[in-house]
Design a protein around this ligand. Sequence first.
Ligand code: AHR
Length: 496
Amino acid sequence: MHQAALTLDPAFRVAPVQRRTFGTFVEHLGRCVYTGIYEPGHPTADEDGFRADVLELTRELGVSTVRYPGGNFVSGYRWEDGVGPKELRPRRLDLAWHSTETNEVGVDEFVRWCRKAGVEPMMAVNLGTRGIEAALDLLEYCNHPSGTALSDRRIAGGAKEPHDVRMWCLGNEMDGPWQTGHKTAAEYGRLAAETARAMRMIDPKLELVACGSSSSSMPTFGAWEAEVLTHTYDVVDYISCHAYYEEKDGDLGSFLACATDMEFFIRSVAATADHVGAKLKSRKRIDISFDEWNVWYLSRFQNADPPSDWPVAPRLLEDHYHLADAVAVGGLLITLLRHSDRVRAASLAQLVNVIAPIMTEPGGRAWKQTTFHPFAQASRYASGDVLRVEPVCPSYETAAYGQVPLLHAVATHDERSTTVFAINRATDRPMELRIDARALGGARVVEASTLSAPDVYARNTADDPGRVAPRPNPDVRHDPETVVLPPVSWNVIRLG
Ligand code: AHR
């Protein structure tokens, strides 16, 4: 048995839990929109064609915000195609995913779906093939109350009240050569700054996100953020980070430690932003919107043959997650929470069918992947303040990151309870975790659950959706509070 310990003290406060940490992402990609959130004719479809089973699972997942409509898709998107009478909407080639976009769902449907799901919409504008004018038009269409051509067009389409979208992404992954309209940092920085300035002329209180790097391994990483923020510092609130992880060459140990890269990513971007702020003699602080993150078996996607035709809503990026993927996702969530003082928004990419916690069958069931569970539990139980916890535990050697602690953990605390979120990365043995809760006035462990399985590659399926799910952890002792964490597990421990 490995031995580990951590101390909980409400005095060691990082920041309030940011609800926007629990955001996700809906892109016009594969079956995320069509046969994902939207499927008229499905047995559960409502009057708008939205799948009620997916809406229910979205609520259960505890999603706070949803980013839309892309992703790479947005860099070729004409938002006007998706408004007005459906029968008049054009079909277009989507270059990003080699698909045909029918435009049956557009911004109005998306916002209506968000209201039903109880989530905040977060919109991206196209700075790939388009620019300032299209961004301004979309903003006016969405947020202006009435009395202009664009706002009245929204009202004529049935949306009387403004959509009131507060958070806007200025393009998507503009550092990536795969992006339609890919730009250098200087080109993008100028365009993003001018777009932001113009958008603020409509509404100075918008929250604007400049594109950061598509991953920490991009050749321009660091330099990109510095240049982009030099142009945009005064007019944006966030810089974005995107990161996807996968198990490579059977190296499970490195994969389970992937949050180490996310940690490096966040620290580096925060330091770069602060450096730019110092050079500009600015008192303002730029926060991080980690608006794409997940496990994605990207190398399999890259090695697959591209479609030879232009299908509508093809099966793309339908990764089928196992237990170890869920534990990795849990580790990434822990890291996002640990940095709540700087990461003030995040989006699990994506919500349905496309590298997603929720899967659907056209005309059939909706079910939960393994990765559904850490997200749902973290969203449900993280409340109040994030506490700094510094576990004492053995470490292990990884090929990707060197020595990494076997235990990765964070805690949150409010007046009613304290919750520890922890992953045990050990593949060989359980871990006995001793929790020093003296500063909590004698609080005891009242509930502990664990997500684990005898086979780390166990998956859920439509026929067996409950195979990998959190179960009560029977290995709890008191005085001192002690919980045994199974090997390769995600754990939620509640004290009160
Ligand atoms: O989430 C899938 C894709 O990953 C997004 O479209 C893009 O922004 C990123 O590369």
